[in-house]
Design a protein around this ligand. Structure first.
Ligand SMILES: Nc1ncnc2c1ncn2[C@@H]1O[C@H](COP(=O)(O)OP(=O)(O)O)[C@@H](O)[C@H]1O
Ligand SMILES: [Mg+2]
Length: 344
């Protein structure tokens, strides 16, 4: 097998720019530089969208293996048997349809690094085979008896609590011990607010270029506040999408971006949301002059409370019921100080 095999799997270096200067993020970059040259497995832990894959790529390219393949595999993408053949390859005739021998990713990554994303979703059998590669550098292809040797550095990633899973018997403790030689935990975006506008500007400039526009005119103060006040449950991936959408939707190309849309599905006609059976009865107006804003707020509170009750205080369901995202609902609960409902 030639060493050039896995090159098409690698990111181009210009795609790998890691943006961020907040203390928590700089600390991670330092950690990455420290661990990269070591010839040991690494675990990258973090919420979805925090940049685990980019961090893994950085570990590879800062290691002595940089000139060899960086191969990736999302372990959650395939059922167990397919994952096994993807990772370890198969011999001709191993199963129906296996006409030719096929190399697995462990073989393709020889001398390089193998990024195993969503590692927690692997079966115990696959975990056992991975452990054997780490310990002895060997495995057999599916349907084969020849022992293959490979020299691969594993970089695993997950957004799950692996020690807890190991304790519950859902992840092999022996594999976890070997993988956890060093663990890098990437902080979520909400823990590095200083990076939000840097990331936003970076993605906005790229999107501006992609749309063939000359310059990016920045964000309005309000758009900026909106970005800064959001909790970013989907982290950098979500931020990237939101910013790209905002730039793309911006009507006036000479003006700063003003409108931020978090949920592109938001629409009164969204299918699947609760059909609006209530007739728009217009309640009789009070005789006295009254505060419109206050009465609207009272009405919102009343409806949110009702919905919470109907959904037995399950906030996800309540949000769905009200046709809003979970985070929008959280926003309302905070705004109206209704968070005590969680305790019920
Ligand atoms: N620090 C960062 N700077 C620039 N882009 C980033 C950064 N972190 C994440 N991204 C981008 O966000 C998206 C999600 O990153 P990814 O590494 O796939 O996250 P994860 O694997 O943790 O879910 C990708 O498009 C990636 O390029
Ligand atoms: Mg990922």
């Amino acid at each position: 097998m030639t060493k050039g095999w896995g090159y098409r799997y690698m990111r181009k270096p210009q795609d790998q720019q890691l943006i961020g200067e907040s203390p928590a993020f700089l600390e991670i970059l330092e950690h990455v530089s420290r661990v990269a040259p070591l010839n040991r497995p690494v675990l990258v832990i973090g919420e979805r969208g925090t940049g685990k894959e980019l961090i893994a790529a950085r570990i590879h390219f800062l290691s002595g293996r940089w000139d060899y393949p960086f191969i990736k595999m999302n372990c959650a993408a395939l059922v167990e048997s397919l994952l096994e053949t993807e990772l370890f390859g198969h011999e001709a005739g191993a199963f129906t349809g296996a006409a030719k021998r096929r190399f697995g990713r462990f073989e393709l990554a020889n001398q390089g690094s193998l990024f195993l994303d969503e590692l927690s979703s692997t079966s115990s059998g696959v975990q056992e085979k991975i452990l054997r590669v780490i310990e002895y550098g060997e495995f057999e292809r599916v349907g084969g008896s020849e022992t293959i040797r490979t020299n691969v550095r594993i970089i695993g990633a997950t957004n799950e609590d692996l020690p807890a899973l190991a304790e519950q018997g859902k992840f092999r403790a022996d594999l976890l011990d070997r993988l956890a030689f060093d663990v890098i935990t990437v902080p979520p975006v909400r823990e590095r607010p200083d990076d939000i506008m840097k990331l936003a500007a970076h993605f906005a400039v790229k999107m501006t270029g992609e749309l063939g526009m000359d310059t990016f005119n920045g964000f309005t103060g309000q758009a900026r506040d909106t970005l800064l006040n959001y909790t970013w449950p989907g982290n950098v991936r979500e931020l990237k999408n939101v910013v790209e959408r905002a730039v793309y939707r911006c009507q006036n190309r000479d003006q700063p971006v003003s409108e931020i849309v978090f949920d592109p599905f938001e629409s009164p006609w969204r299918p699947g949301t609760k059909p609006a059976v209530e007739k728009p009865v217009s309640p009789a107006l009070p005789d006295q002059p009254y505060d419109l804003k206050q009465s609207m707020q009272d009405e919102e509170i009343r409806r949110i409370k009702n919905a919470l009750e109907q959904c037995r205080f399950n906030q996800k369901k309540t949000a769905e019921f009200l046709g809003m995202t979970y985070h929008q609902l959280r926003g309302y609960l905070r705004k109206y100080d209704l968070t005590e409902s969680e305790a019920q």
